[in-house]
Write a protein that binds this ligand. Structure first.
Ligand code: COA
Length: 153
């Protein structure tokens, strides 16, 4: 996961410890996509401690050579239809306005599961040191109807 983030050149690279810790303590809400035993994509997320109806999606990335094949969409779909997310009614994530692929991914996902998508102020650039980080807009998808048609197709 750390390597995928480093390669993406778009995401904040966290410590290797962070990804090891996620793999150990948040296995229920973190998924990887493998091809020939190589991790080509992943999603990290967690159920919000103060509200178990909210799944916060932290990072999602797919290797450049496998992008545009529906892998990220499948990771989100498998996550939300998995046993750990049966109580989840809202997905929250933050996206930089300039990240077209990420914006497209989450908007498409909301349409496919027939859930409203709201965009609002998230983490403003001034919160990040060094004036080099873009604004992160908060995206909320939901309420999610787990009986929605087509999500498993
Ligand atoms: C965002 C990302 C995970 C999408 O992965 P992916 O596997 O290529 O996405 P999918 O194939 O499932 O595509 C989902 C939708 O996004 C669209 N999309 C994918 N890449 C796109 C791009 N570069 N520009 C515009 N739309 C794009 C797809 O066309 C698809 O929509 P469609 O079916 O209506 O055409 C991938 O581009 C990536 O790893 N980016 C770098 C890391 C990043 O920015 N992560 C998001 C923030 S945490």
């Amino acid at each position: 996961m750390w390597q995928r983030v480093k390669d993406s050149q778009k995401l904040d690279v966290n410590s290797t410890y962070c990804y090891i810790m996620l793999s150990e303590y948040f296995t229920d809400t973190c998924l990887v996509a493998e091809i020939d035993k190589e991790i080509v994509g992943f999603v990290t997320s967690l159920i919000r401690p103060s509200n178990p109806e909210v799944l916060f999606v932290w990072q999602i990335a797919v290797s450049t050579e496998y992008q545009g094949k529906g892998i990220a969409y499948s990771l989100l779909r498998d996550l939300i239809t998995g046993a750990s997310c049966t109580q989840v009614r809202y997905i929250e994530t933050t996206i930089s306005p300039n990240n077209a692929a990420s914006n497209r991914l989450f908007r498409k996902f909301a349409v496919e599961i027939d859930a409203p998508l709201l965009e609002s102020e998230g983490f403003s650039s001034h919160l990040f040191p060094g004036d080099i980080h873009e604004d992160e807009r908060l995206i909320q998808i939901g309420p999610i109807n787990h009986k929605f048609g087509g999500i498993n197709s």
